[in-house]
Design a protein around this ligand. Structure first.
Ligand SMILES: [Zn+2]
Length: 193
């Protein structure tokens, strides 16, 4: 089971959206793996985008780009948990090229395919998820997908006060934390005066 924070999924969609050209794009979910005798649990901590060659119908990650995109593994004791790439159409299968050029051919490797260049901000449910078996790549059923991958909140905020980003507000309407409430009143009094 691989756990992916929604913040990482969202950031990936943001980055894919930022590509103006109509080309396939690729990213990786990297993270921490906890293994015991029975199962492997992976937690994605990092979205890694390689310096890939992007084309309308495929992408290519050179050995140099792949090595660059894996330099943090040893230092951070991290592993690559999954590859994500986009397709031009609604089809989220694996092409022979995808089979051959996937980031890994290790049994259990996971490859996620997003439809329509990920332009419509696809959910995990809309993605095709493929696993490398001993005999080749196989697309997972909806049920298998849910057993292999899950998204969890990456950010929860229960504060009751104003939570708009401070930079979007004129500084004059802010009441900084720690300021006494009557200072806010004084502000309004001054404004009316
Ligand atoms: Zn593909």
């Amino acid at each position: 089971m691989i756990t992916i924070p929604e913040t990482i999924w969202t950031r990936m969609l943001d980055e894919f959206e930022g590509e103006a050209r109509e080309v396939e794009q690729v990213a990786y979910f990297d993270g921490i793996v906890i293994e015991d005798a029975e199962r492997m649990v992976g937690v994605a901590t990092t979205l890694t985008i390689p310096d890939a060659l992007l084309e309308a119908g495929r992408f290519e990650v050179s050995p140099e780009a792949m090595s660059q995109a894996g330099k943090h593994f040893r230092r951070c004791r991290m592993q690559r948990l999954a590859q994500v790439h986009t397709h031009p159409s609604a089809w989220v299968g694996h092409s022979p090229w995808d089979d051959q050029r996937a980031y890994s051919q290790a049994v259990g490797a996971i490859s996620i395919v997003l439809p329509d260049f990920a332009r419509n901000r696809p959910t995990l449910e809309q993605a095709g998820v493929h696993v490398r078996t001993r005999t080749g790549w196989r697309q997972l059923s909806e049920e298998e997908k849910a057993q292999r991958l899950r998204l969890v909140p990456g950010y929860l905020d229960f504060r009751k006060h104003e939570t708009k980003p401070i930079t979007n507000l004129p500084t004059s309407v802010l009441t900084p934390r720690g300021r006494r409430w009557w200072h806010a009143l004084a502000f309004w009094r001054n404004k009316e005066a």
